[in-house]
Design a protein around this ligand. Structure first.
Ligand code: ATP
Ligand code: NMN
Ligand code: ZN
Length: 273
């Protein structure tokens, strides 16, 4: 049998997930199919990273509820998991830092796996002279690439003044890569064309067309819930049960952070003063 030479990829989706919807889970399926169809990649894992309370977005309910709902949603998948690290941080964390942190975790777990293999085999492999010099280091063959998975609206938010730092965008698209789910007629392609930075890294940006369109958004779901309208079949059934049993999403919860400026805008506006 031919050896599998495809590059292993882990997909990371960052967002409010307030609440997680069927569309969020679909993003992972669409992205995995797209990367597999290139013949170059093998998607080995998907990670959902709900933003922390420090993000201070209007209507953002407590992170522990959003994480619990994401965990319930991920139970219907055998490859998508939730990472609560970002949600547990006291202050809002830039997405570039989240990507860096999770990549480091992947590297460490790859190394642990590698070490365990070597212990089993009773030997260590040496890195080539160009990389490791004389010193004996462990070969880190097991680390997959980590790519940020998003919708076209998140990509287009790169253009909002004071929301993203240029160097963060450069790091995310240049060093890691982006998989962006877009709709036919969406302007993601034009957005990349109009940005010198994104154009430079366009090989690292995978645009995925969503042919079976699905306009579910968490904002619309919260609106329906406030109006006591049904949201059945728009989110996983266990998530809906959780929302109902904890009485989440009311007119009051929508007013949370109403008078507060979004954390990235506060942070970057202060930096540019
Ligand atoms: N219908 C959709 N099509 C493509 N991408 C989507 C869709 N809904 C959400 N996403 C993507 O999912 C990620 C997480 O989004 P987020 O938590 O903001 O969900 P949302 O449904 O957009 O919520 P809200 O309405 O509160 O903004 C983002 O990258 C966003 O672009
Ligand atoms: N500068 C940044 O790193 C930056 C700015 C704005 C949003 N984000 C992230 O993008 C995601 C956006 O989520 P929402 O679409 O729900 O607001 C969140 O995970 C948030 O942390 C990152
Ligand atoms: Zn959104």
């Amino acid at each position: 049998m031919e050896p599998d030479t495809r590059t292993e990829v882990v997909l990371l989706a960052c967002g409010s997930f307030n609440p997680i919807t069927n569309m969020h889970m679909r993003l992972f399926e669409l992205a995995r199919d797209h990367l597999h169809e290139t013949g170059k990649y093998k998607v080995v894992k998907g990670i959902i990273s709900p933003v922390g309370d420090g993000y201070q977005k209007k209507g953002l309910i407590e992170a522990y509820h959003r994480v619990a709902m994401a965990v319930l949603a991920s139970e219907s998948s055998n490859w998508v998991k939730v990472d609560p690290w970002e949600s547990e941080q006291e202050e809002w964390v830039e997405t570039a830092k989240v990507v860096r942190h999770l990549h480091e975790e992947l590297r460490m777990s790859g190394q642990c796996k590698d070490e365990a293999d070597h212990v089993k085999k009773g030997k260590k492999r040496k890195l080539g002279a160009s990389e490791g010099g004389e010193s004996e280091k462990l070969l880190n063959t097991a680390v997959p690439e980590l790519k940020l998975l998003c919708g076209a609206d998140l990509l287009e938010s790169f253009g909002t003044p004071n929301l993203w730092k240029e160097e963060d965008i450069a790091e995310i698209v240049g060093k890691y890569g982006l998989v962006c789910v877009t709709r036919s007629g969406s302007d993601a392609q034009r957005f990349i064309y109009q940005s010198d930075l994104l154009w430079k890294h366009k090989k690292n940006i995978h645009l995925v067309n969503e042919w079976i369109t699905n306009d579910i958004s968490a904002t619309r779901i919260r609106r329906a819930l406030r109006r006591a309208q049904s949201v059945k079949y728009l989110l996983p059934e266990p998530v809906l049960d959780y929302i109902q049993s904890h009485n989440l999403y009311s007119p009051d919860s929508e007013e949370k952070n109403a008078d507060v400026i979004l954390a990235p805008l506060q942070k970057h506006a202060n930096l540019s003063k």
